[in-house]
Design a protein around this ligand. Structure first.
Ligand code: DX5
Ligand code: ZN
Length: 220
């Protein structure tokens, strides 16, 4: 099942409610929320107070992507603030088994995020504890970057690994996704597509989501 998860990083924060409503009208089913701490990644964005407001402004599930050091210290607070999905970077957490369990215990879906140059072998053991894996197709930190084409092969290999083990883990992809590459990413095995620039960087976010949904269904 294809789901579009617009990233509010590229939205107009002075009218966030309106922008999200437009994305929802277009068929978005998840809202992607990028948290950056200026330490794990070289940028600072938004955190718990904005998440609390946002959770009141939409019925869509909010997917918090934690690009922060020591995510285990904060993950539960993101669930309490209203996130139904919380993902943590394998590169940032030596105790990811515990962190994923704590997210699930609070009642949210738990995800592992993997950077472009991190080997899939780093997450093999933890895969069984995750509801989803977020494959980064750019280096985390900024919106509007160019899609790294090798990410497709990584998604394919991850898909095989998940299927071989009979797991129900979903694959999400994040970074540089647009109408030109969404069908390739879907064919590779991704199901949830984060899109910042290609939704909120467009004059009509509702039309942009509709465009992504129809592009994802094209044969490659
Ligand atoms: C990048 C973030 C992404 C970003 C995607 O570090 O994790 O979610 O918002 O933006 P686009 O779609 O513009 O690459
Ligand atoms: Zn993200």
């Amino acid at each position: 099942m294809v789901e579009i998860a617009p990233s509010i990083l590229s939205a107009d924060f002075t009218r966030l409610g309106e922008q999200i409503a437009a994305a929802e009208r277009g068929g978005a089913t998840i809202i992607h929320f990028d948290v950056m701490d200026g330490h794990f990644v070289p940028n600072i964005t938004i955190g718990l107070p904005v998440l609390r407001s946002l959770a009141r402004a939409t019925r869509l599930p909010i997917d918090a992507h934690l690009m922060i050091s020591e995510p285990g210290l904060y993950a539960e607070q993101f669930v309490e603030a209203g996130a139904q999905m919380v993902s943590v970077h394998i590169e940032a957490d030596p105790h990811i088994h515990r962190t994923l369990a704590s997210i699930k215990k609070k009642g949210a879906k738990a995800g592992i995020v993997i950077n472009p140059a991190t080997s899939l072998s780093a997450i093999e053991e933890a895969l069984q504890y995750a509801d989803y894996v977020l494959v980064m197709s750019v280096n985390p930190g900024f919106g509007g970057q160019t899609f790294i084409p090798e990410s497709l092969e990584k998604v394919r290999r991850l898909r095989r690994l998940i299927d071989e083990r009979g797991l129900a883990t979903r694959i999400e992809i994040d970074g540089g996704i647009g109408p030109d590459n969404i069908a390739d990413a879907a064919a590779a095995g991704a199901e949830i597509f984060v899109a910042g620039t290609s939704v909120f960087g467009q004059p009509d976010p509702a039309a942009a989501v509709r465009g992504l949904l129809s592009a994802s269904a094209q044969l490659v």
